[in-house]
Design a protein around this ligand. Structure first.
Ligand SMILES: [Zn+2]
Ligand SMILES: [Zn+2]
Length: 199
């Protein structure tokens, strides 16, 4: 059975998700080092086999160095990951670069037996923003929020692209539990009906 738990990390209150099945775990968007996350992982006897990034902003990558495992991110996000001015970390006094991520793209399946994540490329908030799907869960990063959507005024942001990405997400078949990069979780059916950015 796939389980998940949200840990709020860093000054931007980023949702960092731990997803696990058996003893195998994946961390999505470690925004900052978190003792709560680290002690939960060790307390449950979990082994983190990968870090998945929805995009390269500083508030989603600041805790990556706490993990010694492969890091996956969109190939279109490489510039942000490698440039503290583009990923905004330069402006918060903690310049971050991630130079060894494994590039993923639309349609990829990240197979981390027994966990398997599908990649949706959803540009707009940044050029290399992605969503990850696994077992009825949809991790949307800063693309889709409960009742909102990501801003597009940072480097590589594009409001027309974001609009296309949001419209694509709401046409996904079936029900999905939406787990955004900030704020409350929601359901895709609720966002289809009530989110002003997709109506
Ligand atoms: Zn962001
Ligand atoms: Zn964010």
């Amino acid at each position: 059975m796939i389980q998940y738990k949200c840990f709020i990390t860093g000054g931007m209150e980023t949702n960092t998700y731990l997803v696990w099945c058996g003893a195998s775990a994946v961390v999505i968007d470690p925004g900052a080092k978190s003792t709560a996350l680290a002690s939960f992982i060790s307390g449950q006897g979990l082994s983190v086999c990968a870090v998945l990034l929805t995009h390269g902003h500083f508030d989603h990558i600041g805790g990556v160095s706490a993990f010694s495992c492969p890091v996956y991110a969109c190939g279109a996000e490489t510039a942000l990951l490698q440039n503290p001015a583009l990923n905004l970390s330069a402006y918060f006094g903690l310049p971050e670069t991630i130079t060894d991520s494994i590039p993923v793209q639309e349609g990829d399946v990240i197979d981390l037996e027994p966990l398997s994540f599908s990649v949706l490329h959803t540009p707009g908030h940044t050029a290399g923003s992605v969503c990850y799907q696994i077992g009825g869960l949809l991790f949307t990063g800063d693309t889709l929020f409960c009742g909102g959507a990501g801003r597009t005024d940072f480097p590589t942001g594009n409001s027309a692209a974001l609009h296309r990405s949001l419209n694509r997400l709401i046409t996904l078949n079936g029900e999905w539990r939406v787990l955004p990069g900030h704020g409350e979780e929601t359901l895709l059916s609720r966002e289809r009906a009530h989110n002003p950015f997709v109506c």
